[in-house]
Design a protein around this ligand. Structure first.
Ligand SMILES: [Zn+2]
Ligand SMILES: [Zn+2]
Length: 388
């Protein structure tokens, strides 16, 4: 099977290179990835997938399914194709999407032997308000048994952790007054924001060092001689575990309540972006991926990274066993994420070769778990027992 999948990856490689290059040349922001979604779905249809477009009324989302018609596991590959403002594919989602779609196609060619289904989920807007969160809320991953994707990067690395993220905003409503002649008649919304931020700063000393709470005052008044009647504060609250993050969000909310109480303002609390769950990497799947990648290409994957932000793949990992490893496109160069340099790296012959290695490893990892019920039991057990 190893040689078969390796051969398939070489066969479909040129089509995927073209897909990646076209998307690179036509960068589209989140929820505007019309061309990218069209090219992905055309290719998947050409390879026998049944494509549902406009998933959840999101014009650039899709679900592409290849069903063996036999009982077995349902495997999800998560595809992304959104770009960043002004730097295009600085996160490399052009080659990321091609790799996931390629893994889906490769697995579909051999799935008849193990049964089950392979689904490529076209998930828009990873960089902003990720559609995986909406897919998760709508239950689209509920019957998936495994989810896999790999992100381009400088160097190979095992799937690790990402931070749960909660985007909370506070609006304070006070009362305007002349700041010199009648300040006692005013209710100062800026002061409410400042009390909140000071309280949050004090709270930081007593939170886990792995959490992050960072905020800005978006609006704090219009003129120095007018008591501000309105202020708007936005925070990101992040932690390694969703459960702890919820506790932290409650504390931050209480800081804002303190600001309102101290100043006499009224307070409105809302979310300004979708919340992301922390990524729980399935170590059993991680091991299979590492072994498979090594057998296919001799590449030794590095341990998971400790520096991390937040990913919408986190949501999926709370619903089914998931991995999100990194694959190398930089060939020894020091290249950071969200840069023009990383974008250009996705077009080299070296990165094309790594895309083939990676999609083959993603396909074969799933295949090996699909054909081995004991192995899947182990994956599942680890998933069920993982702290959330
Ligand atoms: Zn990014
Ligand atoms: Zn990315």
């Amino acid at each position: 099977m190893l040689e078969t999948i390796k051969k398939i990856a070489q066969e479909i490689g040129p089509e995927l290179d073209e897909l990646s290059k076209n998307i690179y040349d036509n960068p589209e922001l989140g929820y505007e990835e019309f061309k990218a979604a069209a090219w992905h779905t055309e290719l998947l249809e050409k390879h026998g997938f049944k494509v549902e477009r406009n998933t959840l009324d999101l014009p650039t989302a899709f679900v592409a399914t290849y069903d063996s018609g036999k009982p077995g596991l349902k495997v999800a590959y998560l595809s992304e194709y959104d770009a960043l403002p002004s730097i295009g594919h600085g996160c490399g989602h052009n080659i990321l999407g091609a790799t996931s779609t390629g893994a889906g196609i490769a697995l579909s060619r051999v799935i008849d032997k193990v049964g089950g289904q392979v689904v490529v989920f076209g998930t828009p807007a990873e960089e902003t308000s990720g559609a995986k969160v909406l897919f998760a809320e709508a239950g689209l991953f509920d019957d998936c048994d495994l989810a896999l994707m790999a992100h381009p990067s400088a160097g190979y690395a095992r799937s690790g952790k990402s931070l749960a993220l909660f985007a909370i905003q506070f609006e304070f409503f006070g009362k305007t007054a002349h700041a010199a002649s009648h300040p006692w008649e005013g209710v100062n919304a800026l002061d409410a924001a400042l009390v909140t931020m000071n309280a949050v700063n004090a709270m930081r000393e007593h939170m886990l060092p792995t959490s992050r709470v960072h905020g800005v005052i978006i609006k704090g008044g219009e003129a120095a001689n007018v008591v501000p009647e309105y202020s708007l504060v936005q925070y990101y609250v992040r932690s390694l575990m969703k459960s702890y993050n919820s506790e932290l969000v409650d504390k931050v909310r209480r800081c804002a309540e303190a600001g309102a109480l101290a100043t006499g303002c009224t307070l409105k609390v809302t979310n300004y972006e979708l919340p992301y769950d922390n990524l729980i990497s399935n170590e059993t799947m991680n091991d299979v991926f590492a072994e498979t990648l090594f057998e296919l290409s001799g590449i030794e994957i590095a341990p998971a990274r400790s520096d991390t932000g937040s990913l919408d793949a986190g949501q999926v990992s709370h619903i089914c066993p998931t991995i999100h490893p990194y694959f190398d496109v930089a060939d020894g160069e020091k290249v950071g994420g969200h840069t023009r340099e990383l974008a250009s790296c996705t077009l080299t012959d070296y990165s094309k070769e790594q895309m083939r290695n990676t999609l083959a490893a993603l396909a074969l990892t799933a295949y090996r778990i699909m054909e081995d019920p004991e192995l899947y039991k182990k994956v599942r057990k680890e998933f069920e027992n993982a702290p959330k």
